[in-house]
Design a protein around this ligand. Structure first.
Ligand code: ADP
Length: 286
């Protein structure tokens, strides 16, 4: 199940004996397994065709979230490796035992605390990935510059280059981008999970939320909250918990589709089809 070269490598480098491995489904990109060893259980994901720094970047994101000003749980990273000719790239981390239910209010409250971890500029010291796509994190002092130049425009370019969108879309985007100053409320750069949909957190056996699979950068905090609404939204308690620390600025709901142009474009680039239609119809409204 786990490629032999990978299990041998892990046994040698980490001095452990892998007793069992059990496939874990649910991931969109990588293969994954729970491995039982003489040193405990671990979660292992791997991919033969991942870019060289793919798992290092994910590990870096997990560590940044772990060091932030919140008590949100993040799995401890054990080890990462680049793909090479006979071994896939991999990320090994603490295995999280999932519980039956979780405390959504506390999850929301802790996310608001996470967002209090700040930086001087939007972006990050280096680029990383969102899903399997490259994510540009070039730093800017201005949120709108960052949102336009590093989030929307690279994804539009990628979609045009691959034929998923046509160049006319730039006109519609330029019309909206000229209005962004009046749309986004003032913010300071906040540490974000960056890919916070329902599949990227777990509740552990004590009911605490655990963040996984991030695409970390410093951004507008509403960007993470909008992301939670991408596929239906989190529970009401989650947003109450968030607002118990940081009340939302008026008009947030109307801004959600604008923030979510980014994940929507990511979906256009990954899947095309009706996501492109959805993207065009949102742009047309502005
Ligand atoms: P991918 O990078 O392929 O999208 P994920 O990181 O989302 O993979 O992981 C796939 C699934 O594995 C998740 O949906 C979750 O159920 C489970 N999972 C992820 N990380 C852990 C972990 N540290 N412990 C236990 N289960 C995990």
């Amino acid at each position: 199940m786990i490629p032999t070269e990978l299990s041998t490598h892990l046994s040698e480098t980490l001095d452990l004996e892998i007793k069992r491995s059990q496939s874990v489904s649910g991931g969109s990109i990588n293969r994954a397994a729970k491995i039982t060893t003489n040193k405990g259980d671990f979660f292992l994901k791997w991919n033969r065709s991942a870019p060289n720094d793919f798992f290092e970047k994910e590990a870096d994101g997990l560590k940044r979230l772990d060091q932030a000003k919140s008590n949100l749980r993040v799995p401890n990273v054990i080890s990462t490796g680049k793909p090479d000719t006979n071994r896939p790239g991999y990320l090994m981390m603490e295995f999280i035992e999932e519980g039956r239910s979780g405390n959504s209010f506390e999850f929301g409250r802790q996310l608001a605390l996470l967002h209090q971890t700040g930086a001087e500029q939007y972006g990050l010291v280096s680029d990383n990935y969102i899903g399997s796509l490259p994510q540009s994190n070039r730093q800017h002092r201005d949120w709108i510059e960052f949102f336009a130049r590093e989030r929307i425009e690279p994804q539009i370019k990628m979609a045009i280059d691959s034929g998923k969108l046509i160049t006319d879309i730039n006109q519609n985007w330029n019309r909206l981008s000229a209005k962004l100053n009046d749309i986004f409320p003032a913010s300071t750069p906040s540490l974000l999970h960056g890919d916070l949909w329902g599949g990227n957190y777990l509740f552990d056996s004590s009911g605490s939320a655990v963040l996984i699979d991030p695409a970390v950068y410093y951004g507008h905090p509403e960007m993470d909250l909008a992301f939670t609404k991408m596929f239906g939204g989190f529970s009401g308690e989650f947003y109450s918990g968030y607002e118990s620390e940081t009340p939302l600025e008026p008009g947030f709901s109307e801004r959600v589709p604008i923030y979510n142009l980014y994940p929507l474009l990511v979906h256009v680039n990954l899947f095309g089809g009706h996501y492109a239609t959805q993207f065009k119809s949102i742009l047309r409204k502005y």
